[in-house]
Design a protein around this ligand. Structure first.
Ligand SMILES: *Cc1c(COP(=O)(O)O)cnc(C)c1O
Length: 487
């Protein structure tokens, strides 16, 4: 096995050689004056290094990070696809990076046109009537959408509509968003196939319950990676009870170019442009949770949005807008990347993304079905991801498997989510991984399953190839050590 990382990178202090420096000051051309003693510290320990050593040190440190440019990163629900480099070229064009958000409109026409075209492209892909590019992340897009639902009911005097139904497989942001917007969350269980339990949903919307129903927040495909078979019936039940439907479209990878959510009668949905439309993410970097709405909610979209009058682009705030979600106009550079990606692929290319994302997930699931079975929906195709529930014996947990995968050079999949799957291992290969990489990933997991039988200690103590081994995750969160001390 080829270790991915060198075991240890010495600290800058360990590399320090007295007298060495990466900096040469010009010859003094003024009289030399000693610094006032009060400004000087007696003991200030700083490493002394030449420039090459400093550059190598930090480059080596950066290579200890997993990245999509370095390794396969099958982190479920996160869509860690390859980010084409042409996106970065476009985002770095001076006309974009130097544009000030307070430019007069006449001087910002290029930027506005780009945003307008992103709105139009997203409308085409989803069938929605309008889009706002304001929200800076998926979770903020959710909040925008749920606030729109609240405003809609308030406008109709229906302030008693306070309940939002959320399936038990939902992403954690969904119930959090509803709570932040002042709604009460009612959990709808999943049936044994991993679909929404229809009888529970019907009961939550029946009789007097209909009067207090604000809506439903649902992810399709759900977090189990399965397409919701009764989606149209579910949406009809909610609408018949006077509720509205929020679709969590953070992961649009399985559907784009194939299904338009508005055709299914979703009222509002956010798309994570940083996931499905390829901006580097993770580590909390800038995102874009563009939010789209159908006829019932389009007037409530956060503003400003972009409109076109002849050849001129300008801002417009929808008539019943919930207002701004963010200063200025959203994370503009993410919009440039999404625009570039959409133009790069075109309509056919976007559809192929979805087809390959689904194909890759199903291929991988089939390679793993003996050792890493999928408890929900194993008898039907998955969408862009699948959730396995490994039980390898010998006390081996999913955490052990994930840690051991690091030794084989793979970023671990998402683990212990969704909560309804025991020992969940949530795998999303994305369309950008080759068959060879998928084969290698499956082979690593199968080897790990054998190791679980013969050498369980190897898994329990993994990872072995990283500079630090198994972390105490609780202590790391509660008492983080954020500084390297030289002496
Ligand atoms: C990633 C994700 C979110 C949250 O998106 P952020 O941009 O991280 O706020 C919400 N729902 C689902 C299903 C997701 O996968």
């Amino acid at each position: 096995m080829k270790p991915l990382f060198s075991q240890e990178t010495p600290t800058l202090f360990a590399l320090s050689v007295p007298g060495r420096s990466a900096l040469a000051l010009p010859k003094l051309d003024i009289p030399e004056t000693p610094l006032p003693h009060s400004l000087l510290r007696e003991e200030l320990s700083l490493p002394e290094l030449d420039e090459v050593s400093v550059v190598r040190h930090f480059t080596q440190l950066s290579q200890k990070n997993y990245s999509i440019d370095g390794q396969c990163y099958p982190l479920g629900s996160c869509t860690m696809k390859y980010n084409p480099k042409v996106n970065e070229e476009a985002a770095q064009l001076r006309g974009f990076t130097r544009a000030h958000p307070l430019l007069p409109l006449s001087q910002a026409q290029g930027a506005l046109k780009l945003m307008y075209q992103v709105q139009e492209a997203l409308k085409n892909l989803t069938g929605f009537t309008g889009f706002s590019l304001q929200p800076a992340a998926g979770a903020q897009g959710e909040l925008a959408g749920v606030l729109m639902i609240r405003a809609y009911h308030r406008d109709r005097g229906a302030i008693q509509r306070k309940r939002i139904l959320v399936p038990d497989s939902a992403h954690g942001t969904n119930p959090a968003t509803c709570t932040m917007a002042g709604f009460t969350v009612e959990t709808i269980p999943s049936d044994p196939q991993g679909a929404v339990y229809l009888e529970a949903l019907k009961a939550a919307c029946a009789g007097k319950n209909a009067e207090t129903l604000a809506g439903l927040m649902i992810t399709n495909p759900g977090t189990l990676g399965l397409f919701e078979p009764a989606i149209q019936e579910i949406l009809r039940i909610i609408h018949d009870a006077g509720g509205l439907v929020y679709g969590d479209g953070a992961n649009f990878n399985a559907l784009m170019g194939i299904i338009k959510p508005a055709d299914l009668d979703f009222d509002v949905m956010h798309l994570n442009l940083h996931k499905s439309f390829s901006t580097p993410h993770g580590g909390g970097g800038p995102g874009a949770g563009a939010v789209g709405a159908g006829p019932r909610l389009v007037e409530y979209l956060p503003g400003p949005t972009i409109t076109r009058q002849g050849d001129t682009y300008t801002f417009i705030t929808p008539p019943r807008s919930i207002g701004r979600m963010k200063g200025f106009y959203g994370n503009f550079s993410v919009l440039v990347r999404a625009y570039t990606y959409i133009r790069l692929l075109g309509k056919e290319g976007i559809r192929r993304v979805a087809e390959y994302a689904v194909l890759n997930a199903n291929y991988l699931r089939s390679l793993l079905k003996e050792t890493y079975p999928t408890p929900f929906g194993a008898d039907r195709p998955c969408m862009h991801e699948f959730v396995a529930s490994p039980h390898l014996g010998n006390g081996i947990t999913t955490l052990d498997i994930a840690k051991r995968l690091i030794d084989y050079g793979f970023h671990p999949p998402t683990i212990y989510f969704p909560l309804i799957v025991k020992e969940a291992l949530m795998v999303e290969p994305t369309e950008t991984e080759s068959k060879e990489t998928l084969d290698a990933f499956a082979a690593a997991l199968i080897t790990i399953a054998q190791e679980a039988k013969t050498q369980p200690e190897l898994l329990k103590t993994a990872p072995h190839t990283t500079p630090v081994g198994r972390l105490d995750e609780v202590a790391a969160a509660r008492k983080p050590v954020l500084r390297v001390r030289g002496c």
